[in-house]
Design a protein around this ligand. Structure first.
Ligand code: C2O
Length: 621
């Protein structure tokens, strides 16, 4: 059970990257001060983790045995067995300060086996944990994550929602900001958490549909300046995700093929229909995710949808939730019974443990009505339990809220996500209109269903990411036909209007920015006719565009780099629903991009990469 403590936050001395030229050169870390020394407090924390880890391990083992015996499930014990984090209660002694520090993590991404929902399958994990390690930082901290790829395929890690101002090449987006990290190599992500950013974020693999197989985890940014700081006593991370029984690569091939998903389970082949998941998970478990709380405290639950296709409706029986954060923007609190959380979105809700002591159902209901294809074997009601002031009950029968579900497949409405710090967006200088659709293509390699942004269906340039192209050619860069790139030579303000010609809604994410949502509606956007709002509009990084509907977002092009704007449904990004904004090419040409970024690209187009393979300096693997 040692994997529980294999996350090496705060460790030092053992970080020499594979770029190392001499003992003193920190390789990929060059030019930064290097990792923070292990402080006594850091040691205490790790000891605490060990103790908590051991306790959790015993509980997990107990539950696993109990469930396994009780339900007659097969539980193999294999060396690679994945540890499941059953709850992410945050350590209340984490010091929230505006004095920046360096947080150092060492990660190994590898293939493993696990059975988060009772069905054993191969999966992909970081440090043998699922969900992956929690990253907890303060605004302004330097985050250094040295990622070793032990898998047989390339990977990247993206830091969802991070602004990456000046460090676009640390954004972790395959084909846009880097090539995949080749098997046997490492890549050191090293960037500053923006001093003005705080809230709930996450990280995930950003190469094809890879994160679907398990490479994701929470990223929490604290700040003494967060407006909602005084509104709660404790906090916990709640990672919601949909889960498949097959590796995503095979499902993707079927999905993109003209025949579609082999739906022997679902009544034949279904061209263009996304593979429906087999289950849903709360903090990596289908059942038994358990939140042990104290009575009469206010808990901030940080909800993260790390799924691939599914919008979740989150609720806790008998407990009103006050929504106070959406994607890192603090909100004027609003009370709800349920929160819809679409793929890649985050909300913080405050729950007060002031009802009758005991256990309550925590519900994450999968909105399968938004799927094109139903899976008759899917149990859409994913349950966990929350207990305070009593022994946890194994037989919780509290009742769901009785009021009707709010409109499915949409976000909370704009009056429910009012920013706590009001802002009026600046006037726009440029308007861009994009139509998104799915079309059947008949070119090379047979027929396929592809996603289109205007007339472009994205494919990653896996040996020459667009940021390296712009670093070479600046504003003169001519992108190939698979790339739709909007270039801004100067700082301006873009209004992006998008029309959705698909019947389903889609969660769209813009990298490196927090945008204003000016409006949304049915049909197509009509400039001058469709209603927009400029009065402290919602600000976030991921929004849902309604089926056959439109959205208008506004953002400032003051962040140099290549920024992906894409549907976060894994199947759809892989099918081509991605475009890019290239801001300030002159500044991109001045980027100080570490040599290993281009070296790893060279290695993929056949170039020799001397001294970069297989050094694994600090890990006994
Ligand atoms: Cu959550 Cu392009 O990312």
């Amino acid at each position: 059970m040692s994997p529980l403590v294999s996350s090496k936050a705060g460790s030092s001395n053992d970080h020499a990257g594979v770029d190392t030229k001499s003992e003193s050169d920190t390789g990929p870390l060059a030019s930064k001060e290097g990792p923070a020394p292990v402080t006594p407090r850091g040691r205490d924390r790790r000891r605490l983790f060990l103790i908590i880890g051991a306790a959790v391990a015993i509980v997990v083992l107990g539950l696993a045995l109990g469930l396994g015996l009780g339900l007659g499930l097969k539980h193999h014990s294999s060396a690679n067995y994945v540890t499941t984090n059953s709850s992410f209660l945050l350590d209340p002694s984490f010091e929230i300060t505006s004095t920046p520090t360096t947080r150092y993590y060492e990660w190994v991404v590898e293939e493993s086996t696990g059975s988060p929902d009772g069905f054993e399958r191969p999966m992909l994990v970081v440090n043998n944990q699922f969900p992956g390690p929690l990253i907890e930082v303060n605004s302004g901290d330097q985050l250094v994550v040295n990622v070793f790829n032990k898998m047989s395929n390339g990977t990247t890690i993206h830091w969802h929602g991070q602004l990456q101002n000046g460090t676009n090449y640390m954004d972790g987006t395959n084909g846009v900001t880097q090539c995949t990290i080749p098997p046997g190599m490492n890549f050191t992500y090293n960037f500053q958490i923006n001093p003005n950013q705080y809230g709930t974020f996450w990280w995930h693999a950003h190469a094809s549909t890879q994160y679907t197989d398990g490479i994701y985890g929470p990223l929490v940014i604290h700040s003494p300046n967060e407006p909602i700081l005084g509104q709660y006593d404790r906090e916990a991370v709640v990672v919601l995700s949909d889960w498949y029984h097959d590796m995503s690569s095979g499902l993707l091939t079927q999905y993109l093929s003209n025949a579609g998903i082999d739906g022997s389970n679902y009544g034949g082949f279904n061209p263009g229909a996304e593979p429906p998941p087999d289950s849903g998970l709360i903090n990596g478990k289908m059942t038994g995710s358990s939140f042990l709380l104290e009575p009469n405290l206010r808990y901030r639950l940080r909800l993260i949808n790390a799924g691939t296709l599914t919008e979740f409706m989150f609720s806790v029986d008998s407990h009103v939730l006050t929504v106070v954060e959406a994607d890192g923007t603090s909100l004027v609190g609003v009370n709800v019974h349920r929160v819809p959380v679409n793929v890649a979105q985050r909300y913080s809700v405050i729950l007060t443990t002031n009802q009758t002591v005991g256990s309550y159902n925590v519900r994450a209901e999968m909105q399968s009505i938004c799927y094109k294809l139903a899976n008759p074997n899917l149990n859409t009601m994913v349950l966990g339990t929350m207990t305070y002031g009593a022994e946890p009950s194994t037989d919780v029968n509290t009742q769901d809220w009785s009021d009707a579900l709010p409109g499915a497949c949409l976000d909370l409405n704009s009056t429910q996500v009012v920013p706590a710090i009001p802002m009026t967006p600046p006037n726009s200088t440029t308007s861009v209109t994009v139509d998104m659709s799915f079309q059947q293509t008949f070119d090379s390699g047979g027929q396929q269903i592809r996603g289109f942004m205007n007339n472009t269906s994205w494919e990653p340039d896996s040996t020459n990411p667009t940021v390296l192209q712009v670093r070479s050619y600046g504003a003169q860069t001519s992108f190939d036909q698979n790339q739709l790139v909007v270039v801004s030579d100067e700082i301006g303000v873009i209004d992006l209007a998008m029309n959705n010609f698909d019947d389903a809604s889609h969660p769209f994410h813009l990298h490196g920015h927090v945008f204003w949502i000016l409006g949304e509606g049915d049909g197509s956007y009509q400039p001058g006719v469709s209603a927009l709002s400029f009065d402290n509009p919602p600000r976030r990084d991921t929004l849902t565009i309604p089926g056959f509907g439109w959205i208008v977002i506004r953002f400032t092009t003051d962040n140099p780099g290549l920024w992906a704007f894409h549907c976060h449904i894994g199947w759809h990004m892989a099918a081509g629903l991605l475009m890019q904004f290239a801001s300030l090419p002159d500044k991109i040409q001045q980027f100080n991009i570490p040599s290993y970024v281009s070296d790893q690209c060279a290695s993929q187009s056949g170039g020799a990469v001397v001294g970069k393979r297989g050094l694994w300096p600090s890990l006994s693997l």
